[in-house]
Design a binder for this molecule. Structure first.
Ligand SMILES: [Zn+2]
Length: 326
C-alpha cells in the first residue's frame, strides 16, 4: 500500500491528510493559514502540520510517495505554480517547488482546489465509477471542476472551467471578477444571502426577520430554507428564486458538457432533497429540446475531505486511468 499526503490550502486553514492509493483517508490535521504569508512561509506551515500528522501515525516523510496541494486560484499544473490567486496575493508563485524544498525534495503536484475536490468526488465519492463528473461547490463563491475520463479539464492555459463566472444576468450583480451577473453572485451562499435580504427589505411580515434576530446582518444561507420548511410564503419565494438562479447555471453546464454526474457540494448543498428534488425538475426544464435527462444531479458525499483526497491522488490516478483513454 502506497501513502500520499493531500493538502487543502484554504483562506483560513491548511488541512492535510494521509491518503492511501485506494483513496482512503487515514488521518487529518490542520493549522491556521499564515495571514499574508509568502509561498515559502505557507510551505513551512505545511511542513509543520505534516510533521505533526505523520508523527501521530508513527510515520515519516520516507513513508510518503508524493504530496499533492490544492490551491485557490489559477494553477499551472505543468510548472506547479500559482499563476494568480487574489486571496493569497500570489502571482506566478512557484508553490510546488517551495513545498518540495521544505519536504526534503519530495515530489509535489499543485492543482486548483476546486479541481482537487471534483477529482476526489470522481474517484471515491458521488462520481465513483462514472465516466464524467462536474462538481459545483456552493460556498462563499462557487468553486468546481470538470472531470472527464479521469482527466481534470483545466482549459488550454489553465484558465478554463471557471463555472462560477458564467453570466446569467447581463446587467446583474457586480462580481469580484469584474463582470456583472455571474452565476456565483446569485447561486453561491453569498448570493442566496443577498437575495434573502432583498426580499426581507420589502416584506416586513416574513418570519425570516424573526429567524435572523430582526437584523439583516443575521441572515445566513439557511434563513430562507428554514422559513420555507416552516411554510412561510416569503421563505418559499426566496428558495424558489434561488432554485431558478441555480437551475439556469446548471442547465447551461448540462447543455454544454452533459456530464454523467453533476454533483453539488458546499454549505447550501446540505439542504439535501428539499433542494435537490425541485432543483432537478428546474434544471431539466432548462435543457434544449431532445436532450435525454440522463445527467444525475446528486449531493457530494465526501464533504471537506474531497479536496484532500483529490489533491493527494490527482496525478496518480490520472496516470492509471490514461490507459483507458483513446
Ligand atoms: Zn464573476
Amino acid at each position: 500500500m502506497s501513502l500520499y499526503l493531500g493538502i487543502d490550502l484554504g483562506g483560513t486553514h491548511i488541512k492535510t491528510g494521509i491518503v492511501t492509493d485506494r483513496g482512503k483517508l487515514i488521518d487529518t490535521e490542520s493549522i491556521a493559514t499564515p495571514l499574508g504569508g509568502s509561498g515559502a512561509e505557507l510551505a513551512r506551515a505545511m511542513r509543520q502540520v505534516n510533521d505533526r500528522l505523520l508523527e501521530r501515525q508513527e510515520l515519516t516523510l520516507d513513508d510518503i510517495e508524493s504530496i499533492g496541494v490544492g490551491s485557490p486560484g489559477i494553477v499551472d499544473t505543468q510548472t506547479d505554480s500559482v499563476i494568480f490567486a487574489g486571496n493569497l496575493r500570489f502571482r506566478h508563485e512557484p508553490l510546488g517547488a517551495e513545498v518540495s524544498q521544505v519536504h526534503d525534495g519530495k515530489p509535489v503536484r499543485l492543482v486548483n482546489d476546486g479541481n482537487a475536490a471534483a477529482y476526489g468526488e470522481s474517484i471515491v465519492g458521488s462520481g465513483r465509477g462514472a465516466s464524467s463528473l462536474v462538481m459545483i461547490t456552493l460556498g462563499t463563491g462557487i468553486g468546481g471542476g470538470i472531470i472527464i475520463n479521469g482527466h481534470i479539464i483545466t482549459g488550454y492555459a489553465y484558465g478554463g472551467a471557471e463555472l462560477g463566472h458564467m453570466v446569467i444576468d447581463l446587467d446583474g450583480r457586480h462580481c469580484t471578477c469584474g463582470r456583472r451577473g455571474c452565476f456565483e453572485t446569485y447561486a453561491s451562499a453569498t448570493g442566496l444571502i443577498l437575495t434573502t435580504q432583498d426580499y426581507m427589505r420589502n416584506h416586513p411580515e416574513t418570519i425570516m426577520w424573526a429567524l435572523c434576530g430582526q437584523s439583516l446582518g443575521g441572515v445566513s444561507g439557511r434563513t430562507a430554507f428554514d422559513a420555507a420548511r416552516e411554510g412561510d410564503p416569503g421563505g418559499k419565494a426566496v428558495v424558489n428564486l434561488y432554485i431558478h438562479h441555480l437551475a439556469v447555471g446548471l442547465g447551461n453546464i448540462v447543455n454544454s458538457i452533459e456530464p454523467e454526474i453533476l454533483c453539488l457540494g458546499g454549505g447550501v448543498s446540505h439542504q439535501g432533497d428539499f433542494l435537490l428534488n425541485p432543483l432537478r425538475e428546474a434544471v431539466y426544464a432548462e435543457l434544449i429540446p431532445g436532450t435525454v435527462e440522463k445527467t444525475r444531479i446528486v449531493q457530494a458525499s465526501l464533504g471537506n475531505d474531497a479536496g484532500i483526497i483529490g489533491a493527494a491522488l490527482s496525478e496518480v490516478w490520472t496516470e492509471h486511468s490514461s490507459t483507458t483513454v483513446v
